[in-house]
Design a protein around this ligand. Structure first.
Ligand SMILES: NC(=O)c1ccc[n+]([C@@H]2O[C@H](COP(=O)([O-])OP(=O)(O)OC[C@H]3O[C@@H](n4cnc5c(N)ncnc54)[C@H](OP(=O)(O)O)[C@@H]3O)[C@@H](O)[C@H]2O)c1
Length: 241
């Protein structure tokens, strides 16, 4: 049975990934910060015995290594770094979202760097051997089109853009460095969806969480070492760095 490890599966896009992989017969290792509050994830785990939930804060590197040790007898076919937030202040999302020049919040920016960039990198560092030992050997990080420097014609979103652009740069290097181990890395841009972190971004007409995840999973399934190291949209089209 293939295994996928998904970070931050508590809410937003991730539970749909968990549901679809489980439905297709995968073992799903889902991490989240507060399992007790993860109602949707818990109900999916109740439905599918192949879903297991582990508590993890992706900014806690020791905890990431503890989980890797706990899972050392497991091979991970797909490591899916879903971690990523626009703001850590869910009560003040609309004010913090654009983060324009006036009143830049540096402590918040540092927190986003730890969640959006360093967290996924620590996951790769800790789990690369378990991925290399698997059949599929894939590492995916969800990023955002807002991380594209080439396509930035609107400004704002300093923290979100830069922490995801840093993630992209690191993933590109990891794709090159992990290629000799047979691991294929890619960065995927999720379609805009109305999730807790992105309430101001209604989905495009006809786009649902289910279809979005189906499209992203198709890109993951199509990933092979020969086309790794790219930044792709859910339609498979390359996004300019
Ligand atoms: N939704 C979109 O429109 C969109 C568009 C492009 C890209 N993306 C990308 O897709 C990914 C998922 O986005 P989403 O909209 O599903 O996000 P979301 O709904 O805001 O979910 C973010 C998750 O991250 C968790 N989290 C926050 N800090 C954490 C930490 N230190 N350790 C572990 N978990 C932590 C949150 O947990 P709590 O609930 O406990 O806070 C929450 O479960 C992100 O990488 C995002 O950049 C999303």
């Amino acid at each position: 049975m293939p295994t996928v490890l998904i970070t931050d599966a508590e809410r937003g896009i991730a539970p749909e990934f968990v549901r679809q992989y489980a439905r297709d017969g995968w073992r799903v290792i889902a991490t989240c910060m507060q399992p007790a509050a993860a109602e949707e994830l818990t109900s999916i785990a109740d439905e599918y015995v192949t879903v297991e939930i582990h508590t993890l804060d992706v900014t806690d590197r020791d905890a990431i290594y503890e989980l890797a040790t706990k899972l050392e007898d497991t091979t991970i076919d797909i490591l899916l770094n879903n971690a990523g937030v626009v703001s850590t202040d869910s009560d003040n999302l609309m004010a913090l979202l654009p983060q324009r020049m006036c009143g830049l919040d540096f402590p918040e920016w540092e927190k986003l760097f730890r969640i959006n960039t360093l967290g996924p990198m620590a996951m790769v560092e800790a789990f690369a051997d378990l991925v290399a030992a698997s059949g599929e050997k894939k590492i995916i990080s969800l990023s955002s089109r807002l991380a594209s420097i080439a396509n930035n014609n609107d400004g704002a979103y300093y923290a979100y853009r830069s922490t995801n652009a840093a993630l992209n740069a690191a993933m590109r290097s990891m794709a090159i460095d992990l290629a000799p181990s047979g691991i294929a890395c890619a960065v995927l841009h999720s379609e805009d969806l109305d999730t807790p972190s992105f309430p101001a971004m209604p989905p495009p007409e006809g786009r649902t969480a289910v279809r979005n995840v189906e499209s992203l999973r198709a890109q993951i399934a199509a990933l092979v070492p020969e086309n790794a190291g790219r930044f792709l949209g859910p339609d498979g089209r390359e996004v300019a760095w």
